[in-house]
Design a protein around this ligand. Structure first.
Ligand code: M6R
Length: 609
C-alpha cells in the first residue's frame, strides 16, 4: 500500500528518498512523487504515474537539490491513479504526504472550499494540506497547526508535512497508519516502514497511536494524543533488506518459495527441545497464560486467515482446546460472545493489516485474558500492541503473494498447539511425535521443491483456462483455499476452493472439461472420502490435477494428472501440500505473463480497511 519516506539533512536528500521508495515498491502502488525544499525555501515537486523508476528517471533528468524532503508511493483509494492525484500535495506553504484514509474528507473539503481553497486533486489527502495551511494562519507553528488539524480528522493517517518557508523541520502524525523515525548523525528520517531507511540508519523509534512529532536535523520531539511531550524508545534494528537481490531467481515469489526450508529452519531454531516446545518460545509470561487458556479466538486476513483455519484443526484435535477463526474485517464489526479464559491470537505477515489491528484493539476491551500475535515483522504495530509475540523469522517477504510467511506461520501455530496442548491432555509421547515431525520439515520441503519441473509442465494446461476449483478435506481444506487464493492473485484465473464433501451441494454443476479441478490428497483418515469425491468429478467429465501421497494410489490417465508428493507425518502435511500449489500458481502466472511480484490492484501491506 502507500509508502512514505522523509528526511531532514544537510546534504541533498532526493536520492535517499527515491531509494527509500524503491524499497517500499513491494507494498504495491500506482504512482510516486517527491518534494524537496532547499535552504532558500525553493520547493521542487516531481510526480509520476507508474513505477518509481519513472520518478527516478525524472529526478535524474532534472536535479532536485535540497536537504528537506518527503516522498510517497500511492495506492489509489480516493481518485484514480494519475499524476494529479499522486502525492505530495501542496497548499500554499504546506506540502504533505499521507497514508490511510481521511473518512470525513467530504465535509472538510466543503468547509475549505467555502473559505476559498481550490482543490487540484480528487484525493482525501488534499484536505490535510489545506486544513494545515488554514490552521497555520493562527497556530504560530507547523507543529501547533498539525496538532489542531488532526483533531478534526476521522479515519486513518500516517502523514508528514513540510513548510517550505521553514525547511529546518518536518512534522509527522500517526493514527492508524504506521510511521517510524530513523536517527542519523546530524540528520533524521521518517518512513512508513523501517526497510526504506536501512541504507541510512539502524536506529529507529516507532510512533504510537495519536503521536505527533517534530523532526529536525538534531532533534526529535514527540507529543502524545493529549499533546503531552513523551519519550518513545529507540531500538537498534537487525532487519535485513533482501529486495535488491533476487539472486538466481526470476521473481521474488520464486526466491521466497525456495527459501522455505531455511525460513522454517530459522523459525524452529532454539524453540524446541527433543520432546517439547520450550517455555520461552512465546515470551515472558506465556506459560502462566497458556495454563489458564480455555478457548482460542484467531483473527487474520487473506493468507494469514488460512493458516488460522489450519490451526483450528490442530488446536481442537491435538491441543485439546476449542478454537474459532474469523476474518478480521468481519470480527471487528460483530458483537461476539467471548468465552471464559479466551486467548486472542492475531496472525499477520506485516503486523500492520488495518482490520487485524483493529480486531486486536477491539478484543482488548472485550475481556480476553491475553493476546498473542504470530507475526513476521519485528516492531510492527501488532507485535507492539499484543501481550505476547511469536516472530516467524521468515525474513523480508517482498512478493505480494505470501508464501514463506504462510508456512512459517503454520510452524508457529503447530508450536502453539504444543505449548497449549501440554496443559490440556497432549501426552508426552504425542508431543515428542509432533516435535520429530516439525524437525523433519526442512528436509521434506527440499524434497517437495524437486517437484517444480513436473509442475511447470502441468501449468501449461492451465494457461487458457478461466476458472478452476480446488478441493481438500479436513486440514487440507484451508490449503485448497490458499492454493485458490494464490492462483487468482497472480494469474488472474478465477479460482474457488471447496471442502470436497460440499461438491454435490452445488459446485458439481460447474464441472466440465474446461474447469480444471485441483485436489490435495495426503494419505490420511479422510482419503477414502476424498477418493469418492474425486470419482464424482471423473464421472462428470472433469479434468483432475491431484497432488497425492504416493501411498494414496491415484493413477494418471486421460482425465487425471497425478503428482506424487513425499510421504510425510500428518501434522506437517498442510505445510508440505502448500508447496506444489504455490509452484503451480507461479508457473501458470509465468505462462500468462502477469506481474508475479506486484499483481494488479493488490498491495503487500493492507493498511486501510
Ligand atoms: O500482512 P498480513 O498477513 O496481515 O496480510 C494479510 C493479507 O493481506 C495477505 O495475506 C494477502 O492475502 C496475501 N497477499 C495473499 O498472498
Amino acid at each position: 500500500m502507500c509508502g512514505i519516506v522523509g528526511a531532514v539533512a544537510q546534504r541533498d536528500v532526493v536520492d535517499i528518498l527515491v531509494e527509500g521508495l524503491r524499497r517500499l515498491e513491494y507494498r504495491g502502488y500506482d504512482s510516486a512523487g517527491v518534494a524537496v525544499v532547499n535552504s532558500s525555501g525553493n520547493l521542487q515537486r516531481l510526480r509520476r504515474l507508474g513505477k518509481v523508476k519513472e520518478l527516478a528517471d525524472a529526478v535524474a533528468a532534472q536535479p532536485v537539490p535540497g536537504g528537506t524532503g518527503i516522498a510517497h508511493t500511492r495506492w489509489a483509494t480516493h481518485g484514480e491513479p494519475s499524476e494529479r492525484n499522486a502525492h505530495p500535495h501542496v497548499s500554499g506553504k504546506i506540502t504533505v504526504v499521507h497514508n490511510g484514509i481521511i473518512e470525513n474528507h467530504g465535509p472538510l473539503r466543503d468547509a475549505l472550499k467555502a473559505k476559498g481553497y481550490v482543490f487540484n486533486s480528487d484525493t482525501d489527502t488534499e484536505v490535510i494540506a489545506h486544513l494545515v495551511e488554514e490552521e497555520l494562519k493562527t497556530a504560530g507553528s507547523l507543529l501547533a497547526a498539525v496538532q489542531k488539524a488532526v483533531k478534526q480528522f476521522s479515519g486513518a493517517y500516517g502523514t508528514v508535512l513540510m513548510d517550505k518557508t521553514d525547511p529546518s523541520h518536518l512534522v509527522v502524525a500517526r493514527s492508524g497508519s504506521p510511521l517510524v523515525i530513523g536517527f542519523g548523525i546530524g540528520e533524521n528520517f521518517i518512513a512508513s516502514d523501517q526497510l526504506a531507511l536501512l541504507p541510512v540508519t539502524r536506529r529507529f523509534m516507532f510512533l504510537e497511536e495519536g503521536d505527533v512529532a517534530e523532526i529536525t536535523r538534531h532533534s526529535v520531539t514527540v507529543y502524545d494524543k493529549n499533546g503531552q511531550q513523551v519519550e518513545r524508545a529507540i531500538t537498534e534494528s537487525n532487519a535485513s533488506y533482501d529486495a535488491g537481490d533476487k539472486g538466481q531467481y526470476r521473481h521474488f515469489m520464486l526466491k521466497e518459495i525456495y527459501e522455505q526450508p531455511s525460513a522454517i529452519n530459522n523459525t524452529l531454531e532454539g524453540r524446541l527441545s527433543s520432546d517439547s516446545v520450550l517455555d520461552e518460545t512465546f515470551g515472558n509470561g506465556a506459560a502462566e497464560l497458556f495454563q489458564k487458556v480455555k478457548h482460542v479466538q484467531i483473527v487474520a486476513c487473506g493468507t494469514s486467515y488460512h493458516s488460522g483455519m489450519v490451526a483450528r484443526y490442530w488446536l481442537e484435535s491435538l491441543g485439546g482446546i476449542s478454537c474459532n477463526v474469523e476474518i478480521a474485517s468481519e470480527f471487528r464489526y460483530r458483537k461476539s460472545f467471548v468465552q471464559p479464559n479466551s486467548l486472542l491470537v492475531s496472525i499477520s505477515q506485516s503486523g500492520e493489516t488495518a482490520d487485524t489491528l483493529a480486531a486486536l484493539r477491539m478484543a482488548k476491551e472485550a475481556g480476553y485474558i491475553g493476546s498473542l500475535t504470530i507475526c513476521n515483522v519485528a516492531g510492527s504495530s501488532l507485535v507492539r500492541e499484543s501481550d505476547l509475540a511469536f516472530m516467524t523469522r521468515a525474513g523480508a517477504e517482498i512478493g505480494v503473494a505470501s508464501t514463506k510467511a504462510f508456512t512459517t506461520q503454520l510452524v508457529g501455530l503447530a508450536m502453539l498447539t504444543l505449548a497449549i496442548g501440554k496443559y490440556n491432555g497432549l501426552t508426552a509421547a504425542q508431543q515428542q511425535d509432533m516435535v520429530t515431525a516439525l524437525k523433519s520439515l526442512p528436509a521434506k520441503l527440499e524434497e517437495t521443491l524437486k517437484l517444480a519441473s513436473s509442475i511447470e509442465t502441468l501449468a501449461e494446461e492451465f494457461a487458457d483456462k478461466h476458472h478452476s476449483l480446488f478441493l481438500g478435506r479436513g486440514d487440507q481444506y484451508p490449503i485448497a483455499m490458499e492454493g485458490a487464493l494464490k492462483l487468482k492473485e497472480i494469474s488472474y484465473i478465477h479460482a474457488e476452493a471447496y471442502a470436497a464433501g460440499e461438491l454435490k451441494h452445488g459446485p458439481l454443476a460447474l464441472i466440465d472439461a474446461d474447469m480444471p479441478i485441483i485436489v490435495v490428497a495426503p494419505n490420511n483418515e479422510l482419503l477414502e472420502k476424498l477418493q469418492s469425491n474425486v470419482e464424482e468429478v471423473r464421472a462428470r467429465g472433469g479434468i483432475l490435477y491431484v497432488f497425492a501421497d504416493i501411498d494414496a494410489h491415484f493413477k494418471s490417465d486421460a482425465t487425471q494428472r497425478v503428482v506424487n508428493v513425499p510421504h510425510v507425518h500428518p501434522l506437517i502435511a498442510p505445510i508440505i501440500y502448500t508447496i506444489p500449489l504455490q509452484l503451480l500458481s507461479y508457473y501458470v502466472a509465468i505462462i500468462k505473463g502477469t506481474d508475479v511480484d506486484q499483481p494488479r490492484n493488490l498491495a503487500k501491506s493492507v493498511t486501510v480497511e
